[in-house]
Write a protein that binds this ligand. Structure first.
Ligand code: HEC
Ligand code: HEC
Length: 281
């Protein structure tokens, strides 16, 4: 009798442990998706808050560029128009390699070139969180590809990081800046895509939008052109509040409100990494 009770107790405790582990995973996924990874910056419809209330992640911005015309799709758990019928493995493959379950390659606006680095635990967390998004039926226009889409892993992001690697503050900062695809926006185009080898973090990429046109800034360690003589606090204010050192406001599309919810430790890690980015004038 006692044995049965004990077994039942052990089972209950194990199940509670599993439920806690699952809720920790969802919490971690919620944090990543809604802060540094800014998924909603692209996948949530834009408009006054009242217009998008309850429609988060049901399909968002469109891009019409020489290589493609695409819209960020519905990533809620709706079976018809979202990810409801995708397996966990399907979602992970799409994030890491940019390949959809039907074999079609995603356009690189979806920053999968940067997602190979996502640790196993964080990948499980992102998927666990996406599964909690209530289904919203909304089909976006089908993508049009005007040339083959190519997946090119961002240098250093080829393999998943391990939790052990992240005990090194510079590596942790690189990891966060990579899953946040900071350098995608902050590096100008070369002859073959972004010039990560020659101009990493130099800025100068153009972002037209309803705000007019913004041009990404130099975030290298250069004291004259970059962030070299900014304090950590000044850089944090720029990232989280969209306000420059001299107080002038920064324009979109950088996702300031998302970054505002990052932990101070994570912001510090990003800055520790940025301080190691070779100066470019
Ligand atoms: C910079 C904008 C942007 C960000 C940030 C972004 N995505 Fe995307 N995502 C897109 C676009 C655009 C597509 C569609 C590309 C295409 O049709 O080729 C897409 C496609 C997808 C797909 C494939 C869905 C389908 O139906 O084919 C998934 C899954 C996805 N994104 C999940 C995410 C998650 C999760 C995040 C955050 C971790 C994220 N995305 C961040 C723009 C973005
Ligand atoms: C979607 C593109 C995009 C992404 C992603 C992005 N940025 Fe930016 N960022 C910009 C643009 C554009 C500006 C300049 C806006 C302006 O001048 O009005 C900017 C400005 C900044 C500034 C202000 C610099 C200055 O001199 O005023 C900092 C610091 C910065 N970004 C850091 C980061 C970091 C760190 C990340 C990743 C966590 C990041 N950005 C991700 C586009 C982006």
């Amino acid at each position: 009798m006692i044995r049965i009770i004990l077994t039942a107790l052990t089972l209950a405790v194990t199940m509670m442990g599993a439920a806690n582990a699952q809720s920790d995973l969802v919490k971690r996924g919620d944090y990543l998706v809604n802060t540094i990874m800014t998924c909603g910056n692209c996948h949530t419809p834009k408009g006054p808050p009242a217009a998008i209330a309850g429609k988060e992640f049901s399909g968002g911005l469109s891009w019409d560029e020489p290589p493609f015309k695409v819209t960020a799709p519905n990533i809620t758990s709706d079976k018809e128009t979202g990810l409801g019928n995708w397996t966990d493995a399907d979602i992970k493959k799409a994030l890491r390699t940019g390949t959809r379950p039907n074999g079609v390659q995603l356009a690189t606006v979806m920053p999968t070139d940067f997602y190979g680095v996502i640790s196993e635990n964080d990948m499980n967390a992102i998927v666990a969180y996406l599964r909690t998004l209530k289904p919203i039926a909304n089909a976006v226009p089908a993508p049009i590809y005007k040339m083959p889409q190519v997946h090119r892993a961002y240098p250093g992001s080829e393999k998943p990081y391990t939790e052990a690697m992240m005990s090194d503050p510079v590596k942790k900062g690189f990891y966060l800046a990579t899953i946040g695809h900071c350098m995608e926006c902050h590096t100008p185009f070369g002859t073959r895509g972004r010039d990560f080898a020659g101009s990493l973090g130099k800025g100068g990429a153009e972002f037209p939008g309803p705000w007019g046109k913004s041009i990404s800034r130099n975030i290298t360690s250069s004291k004259t052109a970059g962030l070299g003589d900014w304090t950590d606090a000044e850089i944090k204010t720029a990232i989280t509040q969209g306000k420059r050192k001299d107080g002038t406001p920064l324009k979109p599309p950088m996702g300031f409100p998302h970054y505002a919810k990052m932990t101070d430790a994570d912001l510090s890690a990003v800055i520790t990494y940025l301080r190691t980015v070779p100066a470019k004038e």
